[in-house]
Each structure stands twice: as structure tokens, then as C-alpha cells.
Design a protein around this ligand. Structure first.
Ligand code: SAH
Ligand code: SF4
Length: 355
């Protein structure tokens, strides 16, 4: 607004309109005079947010959205609504009692991803571009509006686990978190950001004030550097010990824990002795931590296998016996390619979509 020649307080009015009232266009902002709105429009200013262009509905209630970011390239990202969460954000059921709602929104931070994890479909896209802070926060607002969520009354969890690596788009990601906390009114303690282990990003994250710092999840996915480098080549740049050292710099809140995500790849990372190795590794870090197990979700053109029947449970038991809290994440929206690592603008089966 200052750039448009207006006093700064008009910027507050704009933020209020976009992030509290969820307006979708300049003409709806009645706190600005009609003549001002007309002048801004005539000068070429636009106000809006990413729009939900397509909806895929799963039998389990999950919805996957193709969200248009605007801009000439016509790029879309994916955002996912899980009405009952996926048990990954709390993992221990501690918040399950007496809550009105436990929905979780999975948010994208980039179009595609540059990290190249071998088991992940998003990696196949490569990095198309970073999302702006408005595009990241706007995904959330669009989904809140679609479901008529009353912020402050209903509990909503956010997981930054959609497309992209948030810590390779750090400034925009954190600016989006501040918009979501300070303008939309969501709590950072109900937000979890997941990283593949970008050490400089984790170190910056450790400096963020608690009022705007989400919880941290690290995609561990392997019991040691050898296996991790194979499935996540980024590990050659930032090996496990470097990632753990950075994670130890985050000053956890009381009762807060770092989550280690662990994708079980059949025959590659799902063996019982590997579970014990993960247990020793996690204990050695000295971090207050828990492990979320995710059975690998298949995707076209990826040469891994799902864990065999019983393997997830055996892994969970063996890891638990090491004294590490461990939870199994239920896959959500697998039938519409909405589950972890399946986000790649895959258009669902005919008849499966529609607004
Ligand atoms: N880029 C970030 C966040 C997005 S990926 C990261 O890697 O942490 C979110 C989670 O999905 C990660 O823990 C990742 O290991 C997991 N994942 C990726 N592909 C998967 C697949 N095919 N099946 C199950 N989980 C997968
Ligand atoms: Fe990127 Fe995360 Fe997929 Fe790895 S798992 S390629 S970091 S989105």
C-alpha cells in the first residue's frame, strides 16, 4: 500500500481483508473506499490468492486439490485436506480426546522439488519454482474457506509436507508461517515442517522465536549413512550426524519432540535389525524424539516395493523395544494419489474428480 502511495495502515486493512475475512478480490474490500479500490485497479494492482482448480475426493474423506498459483506459467501445486489427520502431527493420540475437529492440511512449499529422493514422486518433477509466502499461506486460506473452518474454535493442524523442500525456500516459507500465525491466527504449535535434512535451513530454524516456530520433523528414512545416501543422495552433502547436530540447536518447548519420519521401503529399509539400528541412532542423538513410520506409497516409475504384510508391525515392535516412541502413520487418500510422496500433479481416475 505504501508503494501504491497510501499510508501504511491501509496495509493492515489489506492483510485483515485477505487473511481474516478471506476476500478473493479488491472489489470485496469494503474497508477501502470505492474510489481507492478503483484507483488501485486502474493502476494495475491485483489482490487475490491461489485458487482451487480441481478437487479429487478419496473414499477416506481426504481431498486433494490442484491449486493454481497464477502467473504466466500456469503452474499448479497440490494441497491436501485430511479431515481426521494422519496421526503424524501428534502421533501419540494425546490430542484425540474431546476435540471438535482434528483436520490436517498438508501444504506445498515449492512447485516440484530439487532434492531427488529416490522413492518420491515429487522428485521426478525437478524444481519448477519456489512459491511465494502468499502462495504458501494462500493455500491454507483457500482450504479453510472451502471447509468453512472457524479459526480459533476448531483445531486445525498444518503439515508442511506437500510438494517441495521448505528449507530450500526458507525465507518464503517462514514469511508464510508468520502470516498464518499473526494474520490468520493459527498456532505454530499445531504446525510441523518436514525437511530432508538441509543443515543450513535447520540452523536458521533454530534461531526462530518460539512464537512463530513450527515443530520440526526430519525425514530420516534409513538407519545409517550408507543406506541413507542410497535412498536420499542429499545425505552425501549433509550426513546424518551433521543433521542431528543442527537439530540439537533447536530449543524445544516443554514436552515438544522432534519427529523422525521413516519411510519403509520393502526389503531396503524395513528389516528388524534396521529397526534396532534406528533405535540406537535416535537414542544416541540425545534429542527428545519420536519416530513416525510410513509404509512406502507406490508411484509410477519408482523401483521400490511396499513392505510385506507384517513388516511394518515387526519394525514398530523392534524399534519400540529400543525405548523410542514410535507411531505408524496411516496412509491417507492413496486412491487419489494424495498420500506422502505421491504428489505429482497426477490426475486421478475418470469420474473421481469434480468440485
Ligand atoms: N521435502 C520434505 C517434505 C515433503 S516430503 C521432506 O522430504 O521431508 C514429506 C514426507 O513424505 C517425507 O518424510 C518423505 O520421506 C515422505 N515420502 C516421500 N515419498 C514417499 C512415498 N512414496 N511414500 C511414503 N512417504 C514418502
Ligand atoms: Fe523433495 Fe521431500 Fe520428495 Fe525428497 S521426499 S524429493 S525432499 S519432496
Amino acid at each position: 500500500m505504501v508503494e501504491a502511495g497510501e499510508p501504511a495502515f491501509r496495509g493492515r486493512q489489506l492483510a485483515e481483508a485477505l487473511y481474516r475475512q478471506w476476500v478473493t478480490g479488491l472489489e470485496e474490500i469494503t474497508t477501502l473506499s470505492k474510489s481507492l479500490r478503483q484507483r488501485l485497479a486502474a493502476d494495475g494492482w491485483q489482490v487475490g490468492r491461489p485458487t482451487i482448480a480441481q478437487v479429487f475426493q478419496s473414499v477416506d474423506g481426504t481431498e486433494r486439490y490442484l491449486v493454481e498459483c497464477g502467473g504466466a506459467e500456469g503452474l499448479t501445486v497440490e494441497t491436501v485436506w485430511m479431515p481426521e489427520g494422519d496421526e503424524g502431527e501428534t502421533g501419540d493420540g494425546s490430542e484425540a480426546e474431546g476435540s471438535r475437529s482434528r483436520a490436517t492440511i498438508c501444504v506445498s512449499s515449492q512447485v516440484g522439488c530439487a532434492v531427488n529422493c529416490q522413492f518420491c514422486l515429487t522428485a521426478k518433477l525437478g524444481l519448477q519454482r519456489n512459491l511465494s509466502a502468499g502462495e504458501i499461506a494462500g493455500q491454507v486460506v483457500s482450504v479453510l474457506e472451502r471447509h468453512g473452518v472457524e479459526v480459533g474454535r476448531e483445531r486445525v493442524n498444518l503439515v508442511f509436507m506437500g510438494m517441495g523442500e521448505p528449507f530450500l525456500n526458507y525465507d518464503n516459507f517462514m514469511a508464510a508461517v508468520r502470516l498464518l500465525v499473526e494474520e490468520v491466527g493459527l498456532s505454530p504449535q499445531r504446525m510441523t515442517v518436514s525437511t530432508s535434512g538441509i543443515v543450513p535451513g535447520i540452523e536458521r530454524f533454530a534461531q526462530e522465536p518460539a512464537e512463530v516456530r513450527p515443530k520440526l520433523a526430519i525425514s530420516l528414512n534409513a538407519p545409517n549413512d550408507e543406506v541413507r545416501s542410497e535412498v536420499m543422495p542429499i545425505n552425501k552433502k549433509w550426513p546424518i550426524e551433521a543433521v542431528m547436530a543442527a537439530a540439537r540447536k533447536v530449543k524445544l518447548r516443554p514436552r515438544e519432540r522432534v519427529t523422525f519420519e521413516y519411510v519403509l521401503l520393502g526389503g531396503v529399509t524395513d528389516r528388524e535389525e534396521q529397526a534396532r539400528e534406528v533405535g540406537r541412532l535416535v537414542r544416541r542423538t540425545g534429542l527428545a524424539a519420536k519416530v513416525n513410520l510410513i509404509a512406502w506409497n507406490p508411484g509410477p516409475g519408482i523401483g521400490y516395493a511396499m513392505p510385506e504384510a507384517g513388516a511394518v508391525e515387526r519394525f514398530r515392535t523392534a524399534l519400540g523395544a529400543e525405548g523410542v516412541p514410535v507411531y505408524v502413520r496411516r496412509p491417507r487418500g492413496r486412491d487419489i494419489f494424495a498420500a506422502c510422496g505421491q504428489l505429482k500433479r497426477t490426475v486421478g481416475r475418470a469420474g473421481n474428480s469434480g468440485q
